[in-house]
Ligand binder design. Structure first.
Ligand SMILES: Cc1ncc(COP(=O)(O)O)c(C=O)c1O
Length: 354
């Protein structure tokens, strides 16, 4: 990789991260017991404004844990957006339930509540809005649909740490929220995740399931089938240090987004992330959405090949064999491979900056 190459994403690991991880190592508590896990959970819950937070091994296991806690089983249906990372649908499939694909909203690229409404059946047990690329889904409309049909909402907030919906941080709006701390996320623990909720019963059940459903009364007695979805104290130490700096990272992302906004003239055919007036985006991915013919005409002017990395947006799940979707193709399918995610590394500097 050349020195001038700008990666699409890069973790920012400083002195504080090293200090806390070394402290965790020196303590000897290297597995899933240790003060940093408690501290990370308490601090993250406070940050999201939720009563509880439960650290898990990654975002995918966090989603599965949430669905397992709700008791999902074969025959049940869970509505997910067509445009998301496949983990959202995979977690549903792990329970034996069927993911049902809803269409997306053209502006937010998040699940479209109208489409969700049309897909609700008596088998629907949950809806998983994904706060895609850091922009919150329209939660009020979804919560209303959920309440009308007795269906729980699980927020897939894997990409949206610190994003706000009508002034409230995501993760505390539905039954629970699930975050990822993979290396390219707003904050990282290497691998890791967090489940957030205000529901005490849900939290206690999820907490037991995270550790093989061991009885809280008798050690090594197991009341149901659980999992090992624990995080380590070493990862949590990194998480504590990263969370201390989250506002700095989010501020930097917003600043980088403003550079793209000021340097790229958007048209009907070339679009950057749009932010609803009720939303604060975490700008996890900066997306250049281009209609195919215009890419050929304009791409050389806005992408410096070889110096910046970019990636295509997620494929519509409708097109992925693994999802077995019994739905009509919608907007996400028809967008094709036209959205390119642009670098937004917290370290990215403007080339004209000293
Ligand atoms: C929308 C979405 N959901 C779930 C996940 C899964 O998170 P993890 O990679 O930590 O398992 C990701 C991670 O990339 C994601 O982007």
């Amino acid at each position: 990789m050349s020195d001038s190459f700008i990666p699409i994403s890069k973790p920012f690991i400083g002195a504080r991260e090293k200090e806390l991880v070394l402290d965790a190592l020196d303590s000897g508590w290297v597995s899933s017991i240790g003060k940093y896990i408690d501290e990370f959970e308490a601090n993250f819950a406070r940050y999201c404004g939720t009563t509880y937070a439960l650290a898990v091994s990654n975002g995918t296991t966090g989603l599965h844990l949430a669905l397992a806690t709700l008791g999902l089983q074969p025959g049940d249906e869970v509505i997910v957006p067509d445009l998301t990372f496949v983990a959202t649908a995979n977690a549903v499939a792990y329970t034996g339930a069927t993911p049902i694909l809803a269409d997306i909203d053209a502006d937010t690229l998040c699940i479209d509540p109208m489409s969700v409404k049309s897909l609700i059946s008596e088998r629907t047990k949950a809806i998983i809005p994904v706060h895609l690329y850091g922009h919150p889904a329209d939660m009020d409309a979804l919560m209303e649909i959920g309440a009308a049909h007795g269906v729980d909402i699980i927020e897939d907030a894997a990409e949206a740490h610190g994003a706000e919906y009508k002034g409230r941080r995501v993760g505390g709006l539905g039954k629970c929220g699930v975050f990822s701390f993979y290396g390219n996320k707003v904050i990282t623990t290497g691998e890791g995740g967090m489940l957030t909720t205000n529901d005490q019963k849900f939290y206690q059940h999820a907490r037991r399931l995270r550790d093989h459903a061991m009885s809280t009364q008798r050690r090594y007695f197991h009341e149901e089938r659980g999992f090992n979805y624990r995080i380590t104290n070493l990862q949590a130490a990194l998480g504590v240090a990263q969370l201390e700096r989250i506002e700095e990272f989010l501020g930097r992302r917003t600043e980088i987004m403003s550079w793209y906004n000021s340097e790229i003239a958007t048209t009907d055919h070339i679009r950057l992330n749009r932010v609803k007036n009720w939303a604060k985006s975490a700008f996890w991915m900066i997306c250049l959405e281009v209609d195919w013919l215009d890419v050929r005409r304009n791409a050389p002017r806005c992408i410096h090949a070889g110096t910046q990395s970019a990636r295509h947006r997620y494929a519509s799940l409708f097109l992925c064999d693994v999802v077995n979707a019994d739905v009509q193709a919608g907007l996400a399918t028809n967008l094709g491979p036209q959205v390119a995610d642009r670098p937004k590394s917290a370290l990215l500097l403007r080339t004209d900056e000293s």
